[in-house]
Design a protein around this ligand. Sequence first.
Ligand SMILES: C[S@@+](CC[C@H](N)C(=O)[O-])C[C@H]1O[C@@H](n2cnc3c(N)ncnc32)[C@H](O)[C@@H]1O
Length: 293
Amino acid sequence: MPARSFLKWAGGKAQLLPALTERLPPRFRRYHEPFVGGGALFFHLWNTGRLQAGATLSDFNPELVACYTAVRDHVEELIEILQRHKPHFADRDYFYAIRGWDRQPGFEHIPLVERAARTIFLNRTCYNGLYRLNNRGQFNAPFGYYKNPLIVDPENLREVSRALQHVELLVDDFAGVLARAEPDDFIYFDPPYVPVSATASFTAYTGQGFSELEQRRLAEVFMRLAERGCHVMLSNSYTELARTLYAGQPVHESVRASRKINCDGKKRGEVDELIVCSYLPASRPSALVGAKA
Ligand SMILES: C[S@@+](CC[C@H](N)C(=O)[O-])C[C@H]1O[C@@H](n2cnc3c(N)ncnc32)[C@H](O)[C@@H]1O
């Protein structure tokens, strides 16, 4: 059984996965995913046996990384706790009580596996599966009124646990990859996207947002890794800023993707996304700068 993302994550890459996998580097050493989110590409690489040299997954969001760590190190206990939450999926008061943990002093001292179960439970029962924090870093997505949410999927969690056994998990800013990546490593960046319009942004993953300055800092990190001889791939929205920041890369293409969650979680539809690679993929013998996929 293949391992699948165990969280619904805004910007999840399931839709874009075929376009990404078509553009993988022919070969690579270690894999790094510094904005791991739901980790769709990591799971694909694991399921297809491409992670021989191991992987480092990181993200700025400590609760997200706690979920991965709990699945890796305490999967049976995690399943047990989720089984305890499960009967309460339709109980609004229960949802808000669990959600309120991060408004209480001492939240960070709650055992990691309990916090992870909280995040997974909220992810499955909150409105649209949206992970959203207010500017104090508190989870603030409202109750979702689901009829039959999948709170716990023991088989998949055990499979994910297997996939994560030799994976390094870190709470870190994306630039931390500069201290770890070596020539021939493969780095996939899936940052919070440049907003398509002023109202279309969804960058509340960490409570801090992701500004134009951050996008420029990321582009610098991309270029430094490419110069080092790493294979670097990035997805973003097909916006002028993103196009300009990565102009001239060997692959710089627009791909159509259907997006499920955007700013208010309601609007869905087809959008153009940008895929950039610092190398020529195995399936592309020559550069295709600016081509439509
Ligand atoms: C678009 S999501 C990633 C989606 C994911 N790749 C997937 O397939 O579901 C962006 C992620 O970036 C993280 N993030 C935001 N700012 C960051 C930063 N400065 N450094 C590292 N991660 C950050 C967020 O916590 C969020 O999980």
